[in-house]
Write a protein that binds this ligand. Structure first.
Ligand code: HEC
Length: 279
C-alpha cells in the first residue's frame, strides 16, 4: 500500500478547504437571507403599526356611512332598512356572519352582493349603477362594505350555518380551493396551503391552518398600501384568480361567494379587526 504523498495530502486539504468554504458560503447565504427576511417583515410590521393609528380606511368608513344614510337613486331612499341577515337596519355583527342564506332571493350572498341587492330594491339603482367604478379607489361599494364591516369590529367571525345551502357552498368553496386550473395549472392551495410562504414581501396565509386563516380574514376589507385603496375580500379574491391566469370571475358570482364561505369557516372565531392594513 502506497502512503499518501505530501502532494496528495495537500490536495486533500485544499479540497476539504474548498468544500468547507462552499458549505460555509451556502450557510452564510442562508443566514443572510433569513436575517434579511426578518428585517423586511419587521419593517412591514412597523409600517402597519404606524398606520394603525390613522388607517386611511377610516375615511372610507365615513364615506360608507354617508352612503348608508343619504337618500339616493330613483326611489330617493336610504339604505337604513337594508337587511344584512339580522333584520332590516341591523348592522352590529351582521358582517361577521356573512356570507349567509337569504330567503328573499333564494341564494347565499356575501356583503357585496347583499348591498347591491339593497341598492336595487330599496333605492331603485341598477346593478351597474350600484357597482359603478368598483375598481376605482374610493368606489361606493368599497365604502359601504368598509362601513358595514367596521360595525362587526371586535366580534368573532361566525359564518352562518343555518341553511343547508350554506353547507353546500362551503363544500363548493373547498373544492374550488383545491381545483387546479388555467394555463399555469395553479389552485389556491398551490400558494395558500403551506406555512411561511412569501411572494415578494407579502406573507401568504396558509388557509388550511385556522390560526393563519384567522389572521388574514379578520383584516378584510383592508387598506392596501400598494394600491392606495381599500379592497373588499371579493376584490382580493378576484385579483388572486386573475393572478392564476384563470378566466375573470364575475363580481358577486356563486364561485366567489363559495370561496368566501369556505375561507370564513376556516377562520371561524377570529375576532374582526376590519378594516385592516395590507401590503
Ligand atoms: C400564484 C400564487 C397565488 C395563487 C394561486 C392564489 N393566490 Fe391568493 N394571494 C397571493 C398573493 C401573492 C397574495 C398577497 C398579495 C399581495 O399582497 O400582493 C395573496 C393574497 C390572498 C388573500 C389575502 C390574504 C391576506 O390576508 O393578505 C386571500 C384571501 C387569497 N389570496 C385567496 C386566494 C384564493 C381563494 C385563491 C384561489 C382562487 C388564491 N388566493 C390563489 C398569491 C396567490
Amino acid at each position: 500500500m502506497k502512503s499518501s504523498s505530501g502532494d496528495e495530502i495537500g490536495m486533500k486539504h485544499r479540497l476539504t478547504a474548498w468544500v468547507a468554504l462552499g458549505i460555509g458560503l451556502m450557510l452564510g447565504i442562508g443566514w443572510a437571507t433569513a436575517a434579511d427576511d426578518r428585517r423586511a417583515l419587521d419593517q412591514i410590521q412597523k409600517y402597519r403599526d404606524m398606520l394603525k393609528d390613522g388607517n386611511p380606511a377610516d375615511l372610507m368608513e365615513l364615506k360608507g356611512e354617508g352612503l348608508w344614510t343619504t337618500p339616493r337613486g330613483p326611489k330617493q331612499a336610504t339604505l337604513e332598512q337594508c337587511d344584512l341577515g339580522l333584520g332590516p337596519g341591523v348592522l352590529e355583527g351582521a358582517y361577521a356572519q356573512l356570507p349567509r342564506w337569504f330567503d328573499d332571493v333564494g341564494r347565499v350572498l356575501d356583503a357585496e352582493s347583499r348591498l347591491i341587492h339593497c341598492m336595487s330594491t330599496l333605492q331603485g339603482l341598477t346593478r351597474d349603477e350600484a357597482l359603478q367604478n368598483w375598481t376605482r379607489p374610493g368606489s361606493d361599494i368599497e365604502a359601504l362594505v368598509t362601513f358595514v364591516a367596521a360595525r362587526s369590529r371586535g366580534l368573532p367571525i361566525r359564518a352562518s350555518q343555518t341553511h343547508p345551502r350554506e353547507a353546500d357552498m362551503a363544500a363548493v368553496g373547498e373544492a374550488l380551493f383545491f381545483r387546479r386550473a388555467g394555463p399555469l395549472d395553479f389552485s389556491c392551495a398551490t400558494c395558500h396551503s403551506q406555512d411561511a410562504r412569501r411572494i415578494r414581501l407579502q406573507e401568504l396565509p396558509n388557509f388550511l391552518d385556522p390560526a393563519s386563516a384567522r389572521e388574514s380574514m379578520i383584516q378584510w376589507p383592508a387598506y392596501r398600501v400598494s394600491q392606495s385603496a381599500v379592497w373588499t375580500l371579493e376584490r382580493r379574491l378576484i385579483d388572486c384568480i386573475r393572478q392564476m391566469r384563470a378566466p375573470d370571475a364575475d363580481y358577486g358570482s356563486d364561485a366567489i361567494i363559495a370561496l368566501q364561505v369556505y375561507l370564513q369557516r376556516q377562520a371561524s372565531g377570529g375576532v374582526l379587526e376590519a378594516p385592516g392594513i395590507k401590503r
